[in-house]
Design a protein around this ligand. Structure first.
Ligand code: HEC
Ligand code: HEC
Length: 490
């Protein structure tokens, strides 16, 4: 997929200005000097922000001039929302900041992937505890349910499946309501703020023509702007600080649902999930694997590696999505580089992202099942057996990157930094010794202890007995899953 660096005159200046403002507002948020963003990441962050502004300007232009059918209009509206920085509290962070096309809609900043793995929020000193997932093909994940036959949970969104989709009958739409209100991400204080900001946007009339005249017909309190400029979370005593009457609150919530659905339509559209990888061309008989890739695919499907038992390459009536939407605990070690571990004191706004500090244990799906967010009481009893399990990600676009020396982070906490490391981990998790503190052989000749030992999958991985060459074959196969392949050669 191409990156967007071709500037239209005029956009450059606006982009630069916006990026500079964003960085400044981020810096102004810093508590006494604590700044987890590595200095070497600044330039890259700036260029991603300019790219986002450019895509946004281009999309707004298309909305103005192109003749579009209804599906194209909703998809484009979803895209405009997805790339709109104004929908974060400090107007500096769009959804796309953590999900850009050139990395298969995962984290677009190489230095961050290499260091912090997680990404800063709109309040730039706040980082979440996990690595941005790729959301390509996430539209295929069903509403979360317990499948009796499989004896397993299937579906939902996020590493821990917590966006169940029960309320909107779409896990993807429900997911889209998370980041805007997450204090470590876009940081809005009230869902109504998302609606308020769009009511002030240049695409308000486009949204209104699709959603109806009631969409923004809300009596906003005089202080709506000031309230929405304050970072969340809302205080317990005033959980919805934009004070609206019950009917206006209902309108705002309904419009917030439409916003989420538009984002989900964009994410499910062929622009994001095109099935255009070399693998797809090979399956359609329009391209051929190299011998290395072919050997890798055979290994991937073999009883030696078990890869396609979880990362399924299709079946009767099933698309090859390279996930079965269930969860597993692979025994991934904790990633001590996550800034989240250090977010255990109140920031300049009085918010503490991680009161547990270094003792923080990410419990994955089990953590969600044990929490008040779990909508189904029967599920709570199963929480313990899901501690440390994470949703199986699709492998489509795992290798998509803008340049060969661009680093991507893998697994829920970004502990692994290359596909070779991932495959080596599957191969040798149980055969290599534990690393000693500061061991130079970490990830090569030794592995640290797992984050959550109790529920580890011991059957399908850990000792695959692959040679180094076979590991490389698997990597070569994974590289054929990148969308945007051109059979005539790139
Ligand atoms: C600051 C970075 C950041 C921003 C901004 C952000 N995300 Fe994410 N995204 C993440 C992280 C981290 C995860 C995994 C979080 C988790 O599991 O708790 C994630 C997960 C997802 C998933 C789940 C994919 C799956 O397979 O389960 C989707 C879809 C997604 N994001 C879409 C969005 C949308 C839509 C927005 C804007 C409304 C957005 N993201 C804003 C970082 C971000
Ligand atoms: C038992 C199910 C299962 C099997 C078998 C399995 N995986 Fe995975 N895979 C997962 C889960 C679950 C994750 C995410 C784990 C986490 O984040 O802690 C994952 C993550 C990955 C990732 C990282 C993707 C990303 O976006 O971070 C790659 C690459 C991968 N697997 C490739 C493979 C290959 C190659 C094999 C065979 C050698 C394989 N997997 C076998 C379940 C499985």
């Amino acid at each position: 997929m191409k990156t967007h660096y071709a500037w239209v005159a005029g956009t450059t200046a606006i982009g630069l200005l916006a990026a500079a403002t964003a960085l400044r507002s981020g810096e102004a948020d810093s508590p006494t000097g604590w700044d987890p963003i590595p200095a070497t990441a600044r330039k890259e962050i700036k260029s991603v922000e300019m790219e986002i502004d450019h895509i946004e300007a281009e999309s707004l232009d298309r909305a103005r001039w192109a003749a579009l059918d209804r599906f194209q209009q909703i998809t484009l509206l979803g895209k405009i929302i997805f790339y709109d920085k104004d929908l974060s509290v400090n107007r500096n962070e769009a959804c796309s900041f953590c999900h850009m096309p050139e990395t298969g809609f995962s984290g677009p900043v190489s230095v961050l992937n290499q260091t912090t793995a997680a990404y800063p929020g709109s309040v730039r000193t706040r980082f979440s505890g996990r690595r941005p997932q790729s959301h390509t093909y996430a539209s295929y994940s069903p509403v979360l349910h317990y499948n009796l036959e499989q004896g397993d949970f299937v579906g939902g969104q996020f590493w821990d499946m917590r966006a169940t989709g029960l309320r909107l009958d779409s896990a993807l739409a429900e997911q889209a309501q998370g980041p805007p209100l997450n204090p470590v991400e876009m940081g809005l204080i009230d869902p109504a703020c998302m609606v308020y900001r769009i009511s002030q946007s240049p695409y308000r009339s486009m949204a209104q023509s699709l959603w109806g005249a009631q969409a923004f017909a809300v009596q906003w309190p005089a202080n709506a702007k000031q309230v929405c400029d304050r970072p969340g979370p809302a205080p317990d005593v005033d959980p919805l600080p934009v004070h609206l009457g019950p009917v206006d609150r209902g309108i705002a919530q309904t419009t917030f649902d439409r916003i989420a659905e538009a984002i989900a339509t964009f994410e499910g559209s062929p622009e994001v999930a095109p099935f255009s990888s070399k693998y797809d061309y090979v399956m359609a008989g329009r391209a051929e694997f190299t011998p290395q890739e072919k050997a890798g695919y055979e290994l991937f499907r073999s009883k030696t590696t078990h890869c396609n038992e979880c990362h399924r390459d299709g079946g009767p009536g099933e698309e090859p999505l390279f996930t079965d939407f269930t969860a597993s605990n692979l025994g991934v070690p904790p990633n001590p580089d996550l800034p989240f571990y250090k977010e255990n004191t109140p920031d300049q706004l009085g918010y503490t992202a991680n009161p547990d500090g270094l003792k923080f244990l990410d419990l994955g799906v089990g953590g969600f099942l044990a929490s008040p967010q779990n909508p189904n009481h029967e599920w709570a009893a199963m929480a313990k057996s899901y501690f440390g399990k994470y949703k199986t990600p699709t492998l489509r676009n795992v290798d998509m990157r803008p340049r060969t020396d661009f680093v991507k982070a893998y697994m829920h906490n970004g502990y692994l930094k290359s596909l070779k490391e991932v495959v080596h981990f599957y191969n040798t998790r149980d055969t290599l010794p534990r690393c000693k503190p500061g061991d130079p052989g970490e990830k090569i000749t030794c592995w640290p202890a797992p984050e959550n030992p109790a529920t580890i999958n011991r059957k399908q991985l850990g000792d695959l007995k692959l040679t180094g060459q076979q590991e490389d074959m698997l990597v070569a196969f994974l590289q054929t899953l990148t969308d945007g392949y051109s059979p005539s050669g790139k």
